[in-house]
Design a protein. Structure first.
Length: 346
């Protein structure tokens, strides 16, 4: 079904002796994650979020706890801000075994695992009271199974990237008509592109590393992202309006690759799973607690802020055939998992 293998979930927590023995055994295997035979087991974890983002902070805390519990026998080095490459680069490294862990958003993971973007269906989610029961339950298990088919091993708990909001330089987004003709930077995702075309915008797929420059030079009029990203990357410097559209929710899957995970000692898997899944729950609370604080801070940074009700946008998407199209692409089984938790979408 995907996720952390059952043996990792049921193991007793290891002693330092067993971990050191496991690390030494792993050192006998080929692979870039071990410095030298008998030395510490060293793993790299890449993420595109900056140092100040809650995901980066909690990943580092989890890595510290792993090192402490194993008395330094297992070390996880966190590389934020895309230091190891773009999302596509790190996903490739993960699959080859050159990178041991990687936190990637569902929207970007969908280039390899199309059904990973099922959770990104526009205006499907009304709030976290529906999101987390779905992702910690049947829907999450279904998507982890899809990820596993691609040779990846997702950790059980998903990390929060947040509800996505829209920023623009030319006008606020208060109704669907405000999207008409708007040049909007979006991720390289067929679902995102389809949704914004259906809303009347002119979506431009760009890597996020290119977004600030594109906004600054007016190549695009706006972009959409969760508040933590909007704040971390100081988008108020190049945008005027922040509209709370809550159009798409997205999260990060923390993953390993089969080549790495299959050769890790069982004890090590258990420690990694426990601390990084606990960190995911802490990070979710961080994002939830930031909401009003970030809204205030972004207003003080220069944004003009407005709220946009969801119903008119849903109506336009429905009329454009967006939901019918994507229900057909995902299939009735996948769509059924979504609507079981999100409620009727199409």
């Amino acid at each position: 079904m995907g996720g952390i293998p059952q043996e990792a979930e049921t193991m007793h927590y290891p002693t330092r002796r067993t971990l050191l023995a496991g690390a030494a055994a792993a050192a006998l295997l080929p692979g870039p994650h071990v410095r030298a035979q008998g030395g510490p087991l060293r793993l790299k974890c890449g993420v595109v979020t900056p140092d100040t983002h809650p995901a980066t902070i909690r990943l580092r805390e989890a890595a510290d706890k792993v090192a402490k519990e194993t008395s330094g026998a297992v070390e996880v080095a966190i590389f934020p801000n895309g230091q190891l490459g773009s999302d596509a680069d790190m996903l490739s490294q993960l699959r080859s075994g050159a990178l041991e862990m990687f936190a990637q958003s569902s929207s970007n993971l969908a280039t390899l695992v199309p059904r990973a973007s099922l959770i990104n269906v526009a205006f499907a989610w009304s709030g976290y009271d529906k999101v987390w029961p779905a992702l910690d339950g049947e829907l999450g298990a279904y998507i982890r199974g899809e990820i596993a088919k691609a040779g990846l091993v997702p950790f059980e708990r998903m990390w929060d990237n947040g509800f996505r909001q829209t920023t623009t330089s030319i006008r606020p987004i208060a109704s669907p008509a405000d999207f008409d003709g708007l040049k909007l930077r979006v991720p390289n995702s067929a679902l995102f592109t389809s949704a914004f075309r259906a809303l009347g915008a002119a979506p431009v797929a760009l890597n996020f590393s290119e977004a600030y420059s594109a906004l600054q030079t007016k190549v695009v009029d706006g972009q959409e992202n969760p508040l933590a990203i909007i704040a971390s990357f100081k988008l108020a410097e190049v945008q005027k309006y922040l509209s709370f559209t809550n159009h798409i929710w997205d999260g990060f899957w923390l993953m390993s690759g089969n080549r790495t995970w299959s050769r890790l000692p069982v004890d090590v898997k258990a420690v990694l799973a426990r601390h990084f899944d606990d960190a995911a729950l802490d990070q979710r609370r961080d994002i939830a607690s930031q909401g009003e604080t970030l809204r205030t801070a972004l207003g003080q940074a220069g944004f003009t802020i407005n709220d946009a009700p969801a119903a008119p946008f849903q109506d336009r998407l429905r009329a454009a055939g967006f939901y019918a199209e994507w229900k057909g692409k995902y299939g009735t089984e996948a769509w059924g998992h979504l609507e079981k938790f999100a409620g009727a979408v199409s």
